[in-house]
Ligand binder design. Structure first.
Ligand SMILES: NC(=O)c1ccc[n+]([C@@H]2O[C@H](COP(=O)([O-])OP(=O)(O)OC[C@H]3O[C@@H](n4cnc5c(N)ncnc54)[C@H](OP(=O)(O)O)[C@@H]3O)[C@@H](O)[C@H]2O)c1
Length: 434
């Protein structure tokens, strides 16, 4: 049987999972393709110390990725190193050698995907990046093929498994973010420096890619409003519950007449929506199209084997394409470029809002806050207050009628100057169904 030669650079979590699947599932893969995928060369900084699945047979090992890219039998290179430095050099070299590429690298693709893709198309090579967003959920394939006949109007994604794990544990057990984060770090679910996850950077890179694929626009990180989950307390879940909502870190993209609003932020979502049922480290994407309306995608967002499946499936697709001589002609970042999807400021967004206060209690507080809301023409919907032992740090919530993010920001800024507040009010949008 004929073969397509693979070079795997990076033998960590994803590289390891990819090799396991290529070894264990080789017969199925060959039956589906009509030819074999043969791992010819592998590379990592400690390549000689790695245990490779014996079923792969003899494999060339090196610590120098250039040897993989230049290897005459390697037709497709998988970049599974991550980051934006070495990985960018690997892409440059692969393009120079006219080797097709598969990657799991959201960071690099979010930062320079459009440029890399344009150069790859000019060089006549094929690229694939399914594993870069939502690990095991084939969301790229969905947007590029499955629903490409539709026109996406909006999507909500839960794209960071660590944040979703933290939030759902806080909700289930009524414990603080610090407690769950510390546990997650101990169990290895969260990094020692959790900033990329809890401050929203990881989710933002993924939103750059998904929004680019869904709307055909060149999106950059600076187009996206970002707020992490650090300010969410267990008390917020109790109040959200009273409102029949829960809280998730939502990566949202929505077309309005002025353009595209993009944000990564904690938001209240109705318990009745399918997204509210996404628990633990799972990811999900809920897409609304003009014609097909709602579709929903759910699965593991990370992990060696789920992400390995995405990499192997990409390797299979690229192998099929290069064997049939069909180079990519259109970049996934530029299928439309009609200009109507230009990102616009999140301040144009209109929503009901949840405002949570911590106050040193005294008479007249509600009147003062309500006065500021009224001065911004924001309608007050409800006031919620749980019984509390201390009057010196009393949490309570005001929900508003639908208003603009701009008006809420102005109100929050004015409220923040009030001397009875222990901290600036927490303002979260209350998302509706898509
Ligand atoms: N982990 C996940 O579940 C997941 C999910 C989706 C996407 N991704 C993406 O997949 C990529 C890889 O992530 P990972 O979790 O597998 O990372 P990882 O476990 O840290 O593995 C990185 C690998 O790259 C190798 N490496 C680093 N610098 C190198 C260099 N200069 N030359 C050659 N090899 C080098 C490392 O070598 P040594 O082992 O020898 O040190 C290691 O094998 C990243 O882009 C990540 O964002 C990961």
């Amino acid at each position: 049987m004929e073969e397509v030669g693979l070079g795997i650079i990076g033998l960590g979590n994803v590289g390891g999972g990819t090799l396991t699947i290529l070894a264990e599932n080789a017969e199925q893969i060959a039956l589906k393709l009509g030819f074999r995928l043969k791992v010819v060369a592998v590379c990592s900084r400690t390549a000689h110390a790695k245990r490779l699945p014996p079923a792969l047979g003899p494999v060339f090992r090196t610590t120098d990725w250039r040897e993989v890219v230049a290897h005459p039998e390697v037709q497709i290179v998988a970049e599974l190193v991550g980051g934006t430095t070495v990985a960018a050099e690997i892409f440059d070299a692969a393009i120079a050698h006219r080797k097709s590429m598969v990657t799991a690298n959201k960071e690099l693709m979010a930062a320079c995907g459009p440029e890399i893709w344009d150069r790859a198309i000019r060089a006549g090579i094929n690229l694939a990046m399914e594993a870069s967003v939502c690990g095991g959920i084939p969301i790229h394939a969905v947007l590029r093929e499955g629903i490409s006949g539709d026109r996406v109007q909006a999507f909500y994604g839960i794209l960071n498994g660590t944040c979703n794990y933290i939030l759902t544990e806080m909700e289930k057990r009524n414990v603080s973010l610090a407690t769950v984060l510390e546990e997650a770090q101990r169990l290895g679910y969260a990094e020692a420096d959790p900033s990329a996850d809890v401050d929203g950077y990881d989710a933002r890179s993924k939103l750059v890619l998904l929004a680019a694929l869904a709307f055909g626009e060149k999106i950059t990180a600076s187009d996206i409003f970002m707020e992490g989950i650090r300010r969410i307390g267990e008390v917020d879940f109790r109040y959200a519950g009273q409102l029949k909502h829960t809280i998730r870190l939502i990566c949202g993209a929505r077309k309005i007449p002025e353009g595209l609003i993009l944000s990564v932020r904690p938001a209240l979502i109705p318990m009745s929506t399918i997204l509210a049922g996404v628990q633990g480290a799972y990811n999900a994407v809920w897409v609304k199209g003009v014609y097909g309306e709602d579709t929903f995608y759910y699965g593991w967002g990370a992990g060696a084997l789920p992400t390995g499946v995405a990499v192997v499936s990409d390797l299979m697709r690229v192998a099929r394409e290069i064997r049939s001589g069909s180079p990519q002609r259109v970049s996934p970042f530029a299928h439309e470029r009609l200009g109507e999807n230009k990102p616009v400021s999140v301040t144009l967004q209109r929503r009901a809002y949840y405002l949570r206060f911590r106050v040193d209690d005294r008479p007249g507080i509600i009147a003062k806050l309500a006065g500021i809301l009224a001065s911004k023409r924001i309608g007050l919907e409800a006031v919620l207050q749980e019984p509390c032992e201390t009057k010196h740090d009393l949490p309570f919530v005001i929900t508003t009628e639908e208003t603009s993010e701009q008006a809420i920001r102005e109100a929050v800024e004015e409220m923040s100057r009030l001397d009875f507040l222990k901290e600036a009010p927490l303002a979260l949008p209350m998302e509706t169904a898509l």
